[in-house]
Write a protein that binds this ligand. Sequence first.
Ligand code: SF4
Length: 205
Amino acid sequence: MMTISYEYEGALYVNLTNKCDCACVFCLRHNGHKGSIYADDLWLEHEPSRQEALDDLLSRDLPSYRELVFCGFGEPAFRIDDICWLVDQLKARVPKLPPVRINTNGHANLIHGRDVTPELKGRIDTVSISLNSATAEEYCAVTQPRDGIKAWEAMLDFTRKATAFVPHVVMTIVDKDKTPQDIARCRALAERLGATLRVRAYIPD
Ligand code: SF4
C-alpha cells in the first residue's frame, strides 16, 4: 500500500516524493527505516500524480487536523509546483482548511534554478527549514548535499527570501551533540535571517 498522507499528533502529513539532493547521515531513507515512527513504509512505489494526491487528501476530514504538513520521505521542494497547485485546489474546495506547513531542507531555489518563494505567498503558513548546524563545514558533513557548500548558501538565502512571503519561517536543529554555544550560534544565525529557531529533542531509535 502506498502512503501519500498519514496522521501524526493531530496533523496530516503529506508525502509526495522520495527524491532528495542530500544524503543526511541520520536520514531514514538510507538506514533501513530503523527508528521510523510510522506504521507503514513511506517509500513511495511511484510518485503520486497531483490528482492522486488531491483525491487522497479530499478523502480526509481536513478541517479536523491542526495542520497540513508537506514533508515526506524525500525533499518536498522537488514538487513545489504540485504543492502550490494542491493548496489552491484544497483552498477552493475545503472551507476551514488548516494551516499549511512545508518541512524542507531549504534547497528549493537551488533545485529549480529560480526563486520560488513568491509562490508561497497566501498558500503556505509555515516553512520549517532544517538548519542542522551553525557552520557550512558541519552542515555539509552532516547533510552531504549534492551541490556541496552551494547548498548551505542556498538554504540561508531561501530562508531570508521566504520571510517576505511566509508568515512563519522556522529553522530547526536537533539538540543532540549540541553545546549551549552551538545552539546560541544557530539562534543568532536564524534570527539574522528573520527566522525563529526551534530546537527539537533528539529521539533515539
Ligand atoms: S534532507 Fe531530509 S530527506 Fe533529504 S537526506 Fe536529509 S533527512 Fe533525508
